[in-house]
Design a protein. Structure first.
Length: 159
């Protein structure tokens, strides 16, 4: 029987949260995975509203941060295989959100850049996601919310 990583953590999370002794805590992945699933579920309608995939949004964010990248550099920046994102890049280009231009130093290489329309879509998606995140974070007292965000930043920097 083969189960996915996601299925395993759903199962593990349910078990850990229900049987953990008072002096123990669940594994961090088991604690965080349900939150990640919730966040992804919150993002999906925003992405659909703007007709962009999660990978497409990741590409737009990366190109907005560093305006011109090669496909290889972009793939590395977003943690994707460079052949995996070809379809995503095609979709974004067809929608006028990115441009591919030949590298003047190596005609075999294409340089990727975000268009003005791509930048507008990225900002609109980010705004929609932020609204949904704020609703979720509002469940925490303000001091806990700030502490939670600081902890996430610290753990991210430490990877």
């Amino acid at each position: 029987m083969h189960i996915s990583y996601a299925q395993a953590y759903d199962c593990a999370s349910a078990i850990f949260w229900s049987v953990t002794a008072a002096d123990e805590r669940p594994d961090l992945a088991a604690m965080l995975y349900p939150l990640v699933r919730t966040l992804i579920a919150e993002e999906m309608p925003v992405l659909a509203e703007h007709d962009v995939s999660m990978w497409g949004y990741s590409v737009l964010v990366a190109l907005d941060e560093t305006p011109v990248r090669t496909q290889s550099a972009l793939a590395e920046a977003i943690g994707a295989d460079k052949s995996r994102i070809i379809g995503t890049l095609d979709e974004l280009q067809d929608a006028g959100l990115i441009e591919r231009t030949p590298d003047p130093d190596d005609r075999r290489v294409r340089l990727l850049s975000i268009t003005a329309k791509g930048r507008r879509v990225r900002r609109a998606v980010r705004k929609g996601i932020r609204v949904r995140e704020e609703r979720l974070l509002a469940k925490l007292p303000a001091a806990d919310r700030q502490g939670f965000l600081r902890a996430l930043r610290a753990l991210h920097r430490d990877k």
